[in-house]
Design a protein around this ligand. Structure first.
Ligand code: HEC
Length: 193
């Protein structure tokens, strides 16, 4: 209950009382109001900056970049596919189909839609300048042959797509042999695939 002769900063009580509970009726402190209005202005400005300037990457782009960086790091640390893994990929229709797409949009111009060659080598025959094992093909595609006009695909495609395109080449080249097991493992049954 406010008294008529109160000083300007005295607490003001609202006139009601519920179950004996009374409420102050105070002006909010300035520091509190600045925080509130400041937060509202900051939110609007941040939203506009984020949405309109294009200076900030959306989360999914950052996540994709991090995944890419991790898989490249894994490649550097020796987690690159070996011949056996690449051969296994060539038996997987989904990977081969992805590899075919990559091939048609990036490689067919030089190596031919049927892989029979053109500016680049025939990839269906048993002759290889740089080696015909799955891992040699994978590494050659990654590194390229700058002096001969074969682009460096590593930074463009990344190891997954290069692995798939290698799988596609293996699937199309009947002369590439299934690699011997790299580690001594339990002997497989003699029935072929
Ligand atoms: C601009 C033309 C061009 C494009 C595009 C191109 N290549 Fe090549 N490629 C070449 C040339 C030229 C060579 C031969 C290099 C040499 O003589 O050493 C070659 C060589 C190769 C070899 C090695 C062949 C061997 O005999 O050892 C492979 C494997 C290969 N390319 C795969 C690919 C794949 C996969 C792509 C697509 C991702 C691709 N190339 C895209 C021009 C190209």
């Amino acid at each position: 209950m406010s008294l008529p002769n109160r000083a300007p900063n005295d607490p003001v009580l609202r006139p009601h009382s519920y179950d004996g509970i009374q409420e102050y009726d105070q002006r909010l402190p300035n520091w509190w109001l600045f925080t509130l209005y400041g937060a509202i202005i900051f939110a609007a400005a941040y939203w506009a900056y984020y949405e309109w300037t294009g200076h900030m990457e959306p989360g999914w782009v950052r996540v994709n970049n991090q995944i890419e960086a991790l898989s490249l790091a894994a490649l550097e640390q020796g987690a690159a596919p070996n011949s056996t893994k690449l051969w296994d990929l060539s038996q997987d229709p989904t990977s081969v189909a992805s590899g075919e797409k990559t091939f048609l949009s990036n490689c067919a111009a030089c190596h031919g839609i049927d892989l029979k060659g053109g500016i680049g080598q025939d990839l269906t025959d048993p002759e290889w300048i740089h080696g015909g094992t799955p891992i040699a093909i994978f590494e050659l595609i990654t590194v390229g042959v700058a002096t001969k006009g074969m682009p460096t695909w590593g930074p463009i495609l990344g190891q997954k797509r290069i692995a798939e395109v290698t799988a596609f080449i293996i699937a199309k080249n009947s002369t590439i042999e299934k690699p011997a097991e790299e580690e001594p493992t339990a002997p497989e049954s003699s029935a072929g695939p």
